[in-house]
Design a binder for this molecule. Sequence first.
Ligand SMILES: NC(=O)c1ccc[n+]([C@@H]2O[C@H](COP(=O)([O-])OP(=O)(O)OC[C@H]3O[C@@H](n4cnc5c(N)ncnc54)[C@H](O)[C@@H]3O)[C@@H](O)[C@H]2O)c1
Length: 272
Amino acid sequence: MKLSELTFRGKAALVTGGGSGIGRAIGLQIAGLGGRVCVADLDRDRAESLAAEICAMGGQSVGVQADVTRADAVERMVGAAREAFGRIDVLVNNAGGASGPTFRIGQVRKLTERDWDDTFTVNLKSVFLCVRAVAPLMLAQRGGSIVNMASLTGQFPFPGLPAYSAAKAGVISLTRSLAMELAPHVRVNALAPGLIETPRTSLNRRPEQLEQLLSNVPLARMGTPDEVANLAVYLASDAAAFVSGSVMDCAGGQMWMTQDGRPAFRDADRPG
Ligand SMILES: NC(=O)c1ccc[n+]([C@@H]2O[C@H](COP(=O)([O-])OP(=O)(O)OC[C@H]3O[C@@H](n4cnc5c(N)ncnc54)[C@H](O)[C@@H]3O)[C@@H](O)[C@H]2O)c1
């Protein structure tokens, strides 16, 4: 398939953490290209309101409340998607994050065992649980594409985020293992976004923090959820039929994090 022919007509996608930010943008784009979309989210309202929005646009969608850290909930979520659409061609393991209602992030000396476990559970174990539940269906269909949301921090650890960085590095490694195990019928790829403007990243952020963060980004801005979704849609589609086991960055050229928070890329170095 050429990019100019890209379509999800006849296909069904399951997007976890689909009610907000990057996951929401991915669900909307796949629906816009004719795909049926199961929006799964911990937050029922978010999942159902996006599904309603897609249906109002003339698409086909269901919203499902699901906690992807729990095996029983994941099985129910996959059952609901199958019941709605009869198949799952695309799985986007997007749910995750660097903070949650019950756990904190931070330097290793300040992390509790619970913080560590919760970070790994929501970012890494969730991918295992969802793939374990969906892969048999994709293998039986003899086709499927899985996109895992890693992070730039999985490649270049962000100072002060050891658990999140290690969990996302695990997502990248798991992606490569799965790409080998599930070939040739199922493709598995990962995305590594850098700084993306979403409800989560804009929370409680001070302007000087943003300036400091952006000093590490050659393209000198945050990315948008749609810019990450563009890559997710490509990887999920038949246009990427020969791409598996890859990790695609969407990070504005960022390839490092400063150790001490000092700008690595100074304004004085920028042209103009
Ligand atoms: N925003 C960024 O800068 C950035 C950068 C790199 C990677 N990422 C990754 O992208 C993904 C999405 O991030 P975002 O910024 O769009 O976040 P977001 O907080 O805007 O959206 C995440 C969604 O996931 C849902 N969710 C959280 N825990 C869940 C669970 N246990 N089960 C089901 N749903 C759950 C939330 O309710 C929320 O709707 C995450 O995996 C994150 O680690 C984000």
